[in-house]
Design a protein around this ligand. Structure first.
Ligand code: HEM
Length: 501
């Protein structure tokens, strides 16, 4: 009798399982056919796809391997979702420039959505993104016409940074926080119209929120949150603290916007990003489709802070480490500074075109640092035919920038730090189409001009005053950035900033 019952139970369970599988297949039948002509890739396992094959520590290296095996367009499955990886200069160009409109969408991962409620220039796609991007680009460009140009704002911050380094009086220190403070303060100056003292509670709120956000993005908890936000949201943990800090930061920005709105003359020249946004809000208040809303203001301000702080300060951290590692390169930069700028005035942007070696060192730092190897995820806006494949609307697409930054066909010396990669035989600065540190196409980094100005002015201001020396001999310094799930980061180090005679 027992044998009969057990056999019956097994049959019922098999039947239920069978019904579920048939149901899932039935529900996915449309999807399956639209996925049939996706680019090739490693066979996915049921439900988890290729999740367990991706090297979570260095995902971009796994993708580089795939592109060698399957070609410059290939597909991996992140659980039940396909993700197309595009690599190599020509293929990336064909996608993001030639078919730029189709590839211009932004794929969303849950932490990014949670940080802005899905609003803001970096997170949006379609018309909202176009309006916010156009506005942000014009506003950054127009600051040259306001009371103070962006150049002046960076110069002011660079002077504060030099003073802060001087306080160490030749003792070793970790430059990370000071560099991060300065770069965050440049964005503050653009967004709020003024810099903050580093111990100002409002500045600390914004600064600590950015740090907590990047720590979360780079943690295994953050990775799990991005895969299953609802489930991970049920657990206690540092994400609750981060979300509460994010809410407080947004509330602070909103308060600043409301203060400006009270006395705003809509015909005046705006002095900061928030003021420019509020003017747009007033001008478009009767348009039902306007994107100039508080939600998009808070989202965009957060995007400027989060996208503009970590990237630029990490590049500066890496360049100082490289100077300690390569004293000969540091000497050449200092010689150029002495010849073009001297010791009696602050560096300015006009100097850059007369300093090809310094410019080459900055570019080469960015090329070898490769901080965003897979850029920020895109998605296709429509069903897209590409290189004989079919990519369904909404599919995530990753441009593998790394594949171009280290391509031996594009660089004289791809595998090591060599400023000659950006110099011609006469020592003049030489552009290279493979320099994709800021991405390319319609979504190319919105802050590229600002970042380039900051890198030049901060770097030259520091090398004008100091020589950077490591706490171990140069040949023992490891400059390889560490990899985390989100990108690459310079390693943590202490150094000496020795005052120059
Ligand atoms: C060395 C410094 C920087 C690097 C390496 C960098 C790199 C990048 C990359 C690779 C992207 C993604 C492009 C794409 O989606 O295809 C991006 C987007 C973006 N960056 Fe930067 N960035 C830097 C500095 C900045 C700064 C200073 C700002 C602030 C103004 C900024 C604001 C943004 C924004 C708002 C986006 C999103 C643009 C959009 O979605 O249309 N970045 N950046």
């Amino acid at each position: 009798m027992e044998v009969l019952i057990s056999a019956l139970q097994t049959n019922v369970l098999s039947l239920i399982l069978g019904v579920i599988i048939v149901g899932l297949l039935w529900m996915n039948r449309g999807k399956q056919s639209s996925f049939q002509r996706l680019p090739p890739g490693p066979p996915p396992a049921p439900l988890v796809g290729n999740l367990f094959q991706v090297d979570t520590k260095e995902p971009y290296k796994y993708y580089l391997g795939l592109s060698q095996k399957y070609g410059s367009v290939c597909t991996i499955w992140l659980a039940s979702k396909p993700c197309v990886i595009v690599s190599g200069y020509q293929t990336i160009r064909d996608a993001f420039i030639t078919q730029g409109e189709a590839f211009s969408g932004r794929a969303l991962y849950p932490l990014l959505v949670r940080s802005t409620g899905g609003y803001g220039v970096m997170v949006s796609s379609g018309q909202r993104w176009k309006d916010l991007r156009q506005f942000s680009l014009t506003t950054l460009k127009n600051f040259g016409m306001g009371k103070r140009s962006i150049e002046e704002r960076v110069q002011e911050e660079a002077r504060s940074l030099v003073r802060a380094f001087q306080e160490y009086d030749g003792a070793p220190f970790n430059p990370k926080d000071l560099l991060c403070n300065s770069v965050a303060n440049v964005i503050s100056s653009i967004v709020f119209g003024h810099r903050f003292e580093y111990n100002d509670p409002d500045f600390l709120l914004l600064y600590n929120t950015i740090n907590a956000y990047f720590n979360m993005l780079n943690s295994s908890f953050g990775m799990l949150y991005n895969i299953s936000p609802r489930l991970m949201g049920l657990f206690p943990g540092s994400h609750k603290e981060l979300f509460s800090q994010l809410d407080k930061s947004h509330a602070y920005v909103k308060k600043q916007a409301e203060i400006r709105l009270r006395n705003l003359d809509a015909n005046s020249i705006p002095q900061d990003y928030i003021e420019a946004f509020m003017i747009k809000m007033i001008q478009e208040r009767d348009s039902p489709k306007t994107e100039f809303t508080y939600d998009n203001l808070l989202g965009s301000v957060w995007n400027l802070f989060s996208a503009g702080t970590e990237t630029t300060s990490s590049t500066l951290r890496q360049i100082l480490l490289l100077m300690a590692k390569h004293p000969d390169v540091q000497e050449c930069v200092q010689r150029e500074i002495d010849e073009v700028i001297g010791q009696d005035r602050s560096p300015c942007l006009e100097d850059r075109s007369k300093m090809p070696y310094t410019d080459a060192v900055i570019h080469e730092t960015q090329r070898t640092a490769d901080l965003a190897p897979t850029s920020v995820p895109h998605k296709v806006m429509t069903d897209t035919e590409f290189k004989g494949f079919h990519i369904p609307k909404g599919t995530m697409v990753l441009p593998l920038l790394s594949s171009v930054l280290i391509d031996p066909k594009l660089w004289k010396n791809p595998d090591s730090f060599d400023p000659q990669n950006f110099l011609d035989e006469e020592g003049k600065f030489k552009r290279n189409v493979g320099f994709l540190a800021f991405g390319l196409g319609k979504r190319v980094c919105l802050g590229e001009g600002l970042a380039r100005a900051e890198l030049f002015l901060f770097f030259t201001s520091l090398l004008q005053r100091f020589t950077f020396v490591g706490t171990v001999p140069p040949d023992e310094i490891d400059t390889t950035p560490s990899c985390c799930s989100f990108g690459r980061q310079p390693c943590t180090y202490d150094c000496y900033a020795k005052p120059r005679q």
